[in-house]
Design a protein around this ligand. Structure first.
Ligand SMILES: C[S@@+](CC[C@H](N)C(=O)[O-])C[C@H]1O[C@@H](n2cnc3c(N)ncnc32)[C@H](O)[C@@H]1O
Length: 265
């Protein structure tokens, strides 16, 4: 057996039409599509066609002599650069939703609302090509933004956006998990019970404590159908790493939302 070096395995030359991430000498990032065109920056003009056939990790130089490194973008790069409509679920919250609910490749996840599609992209990434994300949305303009963002991430094959109010019901007969980012998740509880598989999770992301309170008042009627609930808030404290001093950053993204997890019995 011939073992390939890591360098050979990772070596897939850049092709025309691919999305790549360029990083300038200051660390500024640009998501561009490789084609035979010029890309203008304040550090000079780049001829993107020069990237074709190069390796990821290599660089391209502007007409002013600035060197831009090129790497393959991941979903975080896509989400950072995509168009936003409503407020998106932050990666720290998407991460814990996926981890605590055990969302896995091949799963069918019903989501609402799609908003800008950020959480949808995280979900589609984890369920993989054999899974499905079915996302309900009431606003056509939000659905349109999300559709484009999901296409940009390359997940249109596994995501279905439905223009429908999920409070009125769920059309599907089966879901491994239900993930909600909308104002009144308690209105989805009776529909969720009909379609959620035993062991599957009902997850509700809500920014306000009074929403959590209202949810749990409604939940009393359904409490025998679920394993004991869990509510979390995720705080990420980034560190400032400098040669002379390492310490927590003085500012942080504190509150985003409360995440409620219910597991169906
Ligand atoms: C905060 S945004 C969701 C953001 C999304 N999670 C993301 O990460 O980009 C909430 C969305 O829920 C939609 N929405 C509100 N009530 C809904 C309902 N009953 N059924 C479906 N969508 C609903 C809104 O139109 C809005 O687009």
């Amino acid at each position: 057996m011939v073992l390939k070096s890591l360098r050979e395995v990772g070596r897939v030359p850049i092709k025309e039409g691919e999305k790549v991430l360029l990083i300038d000498p200051r660390g500024k990032r640009y998501l561009v599509t490789v084609s035979d065109r010029e890309f203008h920056t304040d550090l000079g003009i780049l001829k993107l066609g020069e990237l074709i056939g190069k390796d990821y990790g290599s660089s391209i130089t502007s007409h002013k002599g600035a060197e831009f490194r090129v790497i393959k973008p991941d979903i975080n790069d896509i989400i950072a650069k995509m168009r936003r409509g409503p407020q998106i679920v932050h990666p720290k919250d998407a991460g814990i939703i996926i981890a605590y609910a055990g969302i896995s490749p091949g799963d069918t996840v019903i989501e609402a609302g799609v908003g800008s599609g950020a959480l949808t992209i995280f979900l589609a990434n984890i369920v993989g090509p054999s899974g499905r994300v079915i996302s309900y949305e009431v606003r056509e303009d939000h659905a349109e933004i999300a559709r484009k963002n999901i296409q940009l991430a390359g997940f249109s094959d596994r995501v279905t956006i439905k223009l429908k109010d999920i409070y009125e019901g769920i059309d599907e007969e089966y879901a491994d998990h239900i993930v909600l980012d909308l104002p009144q998740p308690e209105k989805v509880l009776p529909h969720a019970l009909e379609v959620l598989r035993p062991g599957g999770y009902f997850v509700a992301y809500t920014p306000c404590m009074n929403q959590v309170h209202r949810f749990f008042q409604a939940f009393q009627e359904y409490k025998n159908e679920f394993y004991k609930p869990r509510v979390v808030e995720v705080l990420v404290r980034e560190q400032e790493v400098k040669k002379e001093c390492m310490r927590p950053k003085t500012t942080m993204l504190a509150h985003t939302g409360y995440i409620t997890f219910l597991r169906k019995l």
